[in-house]
Design a binder for this molecule. Sequence first.
Ligand SMILES: Cc1cc2nc3c(=O)[nH]c(=O)nc-3n(C[C@H](O)[C@H](O)[C@H](O)COP(=O)(O)O)c2cc1C
Length: 175
Amino acid sequence: MRLLVVYSSRTGNTRQVAQQALAAWKGKVDIHPVEQAPSPDGYDVVAVGYWVDKGKPDPRAAGYMAGLAGQRVAIFGTLGASPASGHAEDVRRAALDVVQGNDVLGSFLCQGRIDPELIKVMAASGHHPMTPERRANIEEAAKHPDANDLAEARRFFEQLYDIACEEKVHARHDA
Ligand SMILES: Cc1cc2nc3c(=O)[nH]c(=O)nc-3n(C[C@H](O)[C@H](O)[C@H](O)COP(=O)(O)O)c2cc1C
């Protein structure tokens, strides 16, 4: 049972989440940044990590996800907004759309610190006025991913392992 984790990360948040797979899969995992991602062929499960770019998985992760077909897949991501927000719900749906045509075993999303450069650009553009709500979200995002997020990510990868093992047993019985 082998897992391939391919992640895209500009500032490290999604990389931190991806690395939780190491402990959960007890070393039976290959983890690669998307720029050096191998072919998914031959892996039992492929997990792809993305950072949210304008409401969608970032283009590099989305490109890798779109190339998967008929595979057992999981997706995980980080975003600046609260994972409990309507925006996060839209993101989840958009990400699941990209991996249509695969057997999707799970999806995980947590908040991630927003690049201070982006905050400056947003403030200067005038399109995103700094409301008290926006400021509060930026301050909250700056604390993530925190220890709790990473523990949840680890549980996500552990559950993935259990599901993948179960499915393998079923497949053997069905044969
Ligand atoms: C160009 C750009 C666009 C972004 N768009 C969104 C967005 O639409 N929604 C959101 O919640 N966060 C957005 N973010 C925040 C990132 O998704 C978030 O900080 C993420 O954790 C970054 O992950 P990374 O450290 O792995 O690169 C954006 C960040 C950048 C740089």
